[in-house]
Design a protein around this ligand. Structure first.
Ligand code: HEM
Length: 273
């Protein structure tokens, strides 16, 4: 079962939701680690053009990041330390951890200069390499007005030794981790066919290069199992989705889902059920 279910008990809002991160909790491993690491390695080998994107400007910070990952594993997850090969250092780092890894470099603006993203949630890494934070988020409705300034300012402030994390979620009709197609069709079927997908994202600065490392750890759970475990899950999910602006619902691929959830909620609250 997934460790985070970030449904707020209030209307949907676009917000940073940043929290300070304990250094020991930067990377997370769970009981599925071996299967996830094997899948990551397979995708790096078979889908390299879609999951790996490297610019020259990302090489030095990637080498620094590999060292930081190895130090972190040696200190906090010694059983996970492994010898590394001689591929690009970011690729070597990405084979060791369950997180996707992105390196942002400060130039005229913060730009994505190296990334290994095996588990994208409906976006294409090839369109994002070299882009600024605002360009990357171009398709996200409301990002420029609500988050563009605060996210840029946050990146300037990320201090050495002061890492942060945040959570993001959506609903899809697949448990697959590799979902690179940008198509935003609404999930087909009903609750039994849907999956709650959570991203745990972290941000930290690398001391030598000053680059920022953005990690994305993806967790997926059956929506029906979450509903069985927590009687408030369905109500909170429906309220969050229903209160999102229409453009956000379209972007998230939620069109029509709210109606199906509300019908289910009405049916289950009818007397005698
Ligand atoms: C505090 C920093 C950040 C915030 C608050 C933020 C927020 C968001 C939000 C709200 C979305 C919409 C996704 C959804 O709701 O399902 C999004 C999408 C996305 N974010 Fe961020 N983000 C941050 C940093 C980054 C960074 C550093 C990257 C670098 C790779 C990134 C890459 C993306 C991508 C690729 C998408 C999908 C865009 C698309 O649909 O084409 N984000 N982000």
């Amino acid at each position: 079962m997934i460790p985070y279910v970030p449904l707020e008990r209030r209307s949907f809002r676009l917000h940073m939701g940043l929290r300070p991160l304990e250094p020991s909790r930067w990377l997370e491993f769970d009981e599925d680690a071996e299967a996830v690491l094997a899948l990551r390695s397979r995708l790096i080998d078979s889908e390299r053009a879609r999951v790996v994107a490297l610019d020259e400007a990302g090489l030095a910070p990637s080498a620094e990041l590999l060292g930081v990952v190895l130090e972190h594993l040696a200190r906090w997850h010694p059983a996970r330390a492994r010898p590394v090969g001689c591929d690009h250092p970011l690729v070597e780092a990405a084979r060791l951890v369950e997180e996707d890894l992105c390196v942002m470099v400060r130039e005229d603006a913060w730009r994505l200069r190296a990334a290994v993203v095996c588990f994208p949630s409906r976006w294409d890494l090839r369109e994002k390499i070299g882009a600024t934070l605002r360009e990357i988020h171009g398709p996200v409705p409301g990002y420029g007005a609500a988050l563009g300034g605060p996210v840029d300012a946050f990146f300037e402030r990320i201090g050495e030794g002061r890492a942060h994390w945040r959570l993001n979620w959506t609903l899809l009709d697949t448990p697959d981790l590799f979902v690179p197609d940008a198509a935003r069709a609404a999930p087909s079927g009903d609750l039994a066919d849907w999956y709650f997908r959570v991203e745990r994202q972290t941000f930290r600065r690398l001391p030598e290069s000053g680059a920022v490392v953005f990690t994305i750890r993806t967790y997926v759970a059956r929506a029906s199992e979450l509903a069985e475990r927590d009687p408030e899950f369905l109500g909170a999910l429906t309220d969050q989705m229903a209160s999102a602006p229409p453009a956000t619902q379209a972007y998230k691929g939620w069109v029509g889902v709210v109606e199906r959830l509300e019908a289910r909620r009405r049916a289950s609250s009818r007397p005698g059920r």
